[in-house]
Ligand binder design. Sequence first.
Ligand code: KIV
Length: 264
Amino acid sequence: MSKVTSSTLLKLKQQGQKFTALTAYDASFAGVFDQQGVDILLVGDSMGMVLQGHDDTLPVTVADIAYHTRCVRRGINRALLIADMPFMSYATPEQTMVSAAELMRNGANMVKLEGGLWLVDTVRMLTERGIPVCAHLGLTPQSVHLFGGFKIQGRDVNNAERIISEAVELEAAGAQLLVLECIPAALAKQITATLSIPVIGIGAGKDCDGQILVMHDVLGISSGYIPRFSKNYISQTGDIRAAIDAYVEEVKSGAFPAEQHTFN
Ligand code: KIV
């Protein structure tokens, strides 16, 4: 079974085939997700909420992500491993290089950063130095306090146009993947068609090249609030491997996300 790389994902996009991604934070779950054919595992700063019990992702540190990246790395053979750059770990060029290098040394294949135009030079700097980058636009949770809550982004024309031009600039700067979170499906469709690089959606409709969800939502272990864009696959399968199989199958067939998981 050959390893998933950015070239694999690019080829899938060009062939019109969907791919799957999940968050993972430890070797055991990562092993199951990898064996069931999930293409990308993300050590997300969502760990601040689902592992550490915070209200947002801001308390997560580079050391936290590095530790969980090491754990996940030991569990996988095939999937591409992306590590999140946590809040304030890429505010200056020096900080960015130190943080990104640390995550790559701990087993990441790529780092993910949240933000638009202000990150274009950062993405260029990282990629010129051999560190692959996944960009992240739309509802970027590290900016939750700036947004005034976890709110859908890109609903008005100005914001939608800004997100489109940021996506284009980030691709031109060298980003190899883009996550779009909680934006209207039509906007995500337009961005996915405009960019050459693969686009991964979460709450961004069915027309993205791939989908990502937080593992705790898929396995029904998130406490309290389950986001509308997510789906609990355990409740329909009753078994972790079967749940992951169902998620992979539904993304590949286009059954997930359905209309009820989508924003307009
Ligand atoms: O931290 C995370 O889990 C993420 C995904 C929700 C895309 O950034």
